[in-house]
Ligand binder design. Structure first.
Ligand SMILES: [Zn+2]
Length: 207
């Protein structure tokens, strides 16, 4: 599954969950950001993955650009907010760059970063930190949804994922063989999966 599809499906499912919670606008923004990053994070072990390109800074500041439109950047407050979010995005990128450098040296592609247990353990840590510092489990759950959605997305591809390692060495899939798609190029099957996930998410949001 392509990085864009991971981002769309992970964030859509995250937003569906967030919509069921009592949240402030800032919590929605924060949890959406966590979910978006988590939906790309498993591919820090892959060459030329979307998250690696983002972290490298080659694509500018896409998250900040998406949050604050060009029109909103006019005026003092718009400029300040743009600078603030741009700064936050820069710091997150720097931190992730350190993590990527370490992880990509020690793990193979679709290795430990694509195990369900990894998603669970990291989400648990973020939940504990979230409860201590923000009195909310929202961010940990948003992370779990984004990260797990990525693994499930890769399980729709021909190569599948050994998602239950270290408990099982089997490769798992979520689609029948004829519907599975390639990892690198966007296909009709992938489009159907992305549309279905966005549709289900919207249905939950408007329930
Ligand atoms: Zn992946």
């Amino acid at each position: 599954m392509t990085g864009t599809s991971h981002l769309i499906t992970g964030t859509a499912l995250g937003l569906a969950f967030i919509s069921t919670q009592h949240t402030t606008p800032m919590q929605v923004l924060g949890a959406t950001l966590v979910c978006a990053i988590a939906s790309l994070l498993p591919d820090i072990d892959a060459e030329n993955s979307t998250i690696k390109v983002w972290v490298s800074g080659k694509g500018g500041t896409p998250l900040t650009d998406a949050i604050i439109s060009k029109r909103d950047r006019n005026g003092a407050i718009g400029t300040l907010l743009y600078a603030l979010f741009g700064g936050i995005e820069f710091v997150i990128r720097q931190l992730l760059e350190q993590l990527i450098t370490v992880v990509s040296k020690v793990v193979p592609h679709r290795g430990p970063t694509h195990y369900f247990i990894t998603s669970f353990v990291v989400a648990l840590c973020i939940t504990i930190l979230g409860l201590i510092f923000a009195h909310s489990s929202l961010y940990g759950i948003a992370f779990f949804i984004g990260y797990t959605a990525h693994i499930l997305g890769d399980m729709c591809t021909h190569s599948g994922v050994t998602a239950l390692k270290p408990f099982s060495a089997n490769t798992y899939y979520v689609l029948p063989k004829f519907l599975r798609f390639k990892t690198e190029a966007f296909s009709l099957s992938e489009g159907i999966v992305v549309t279905a996930v966005v549709g289900i998410s919207l249905a939950i949001i408007y329930l």
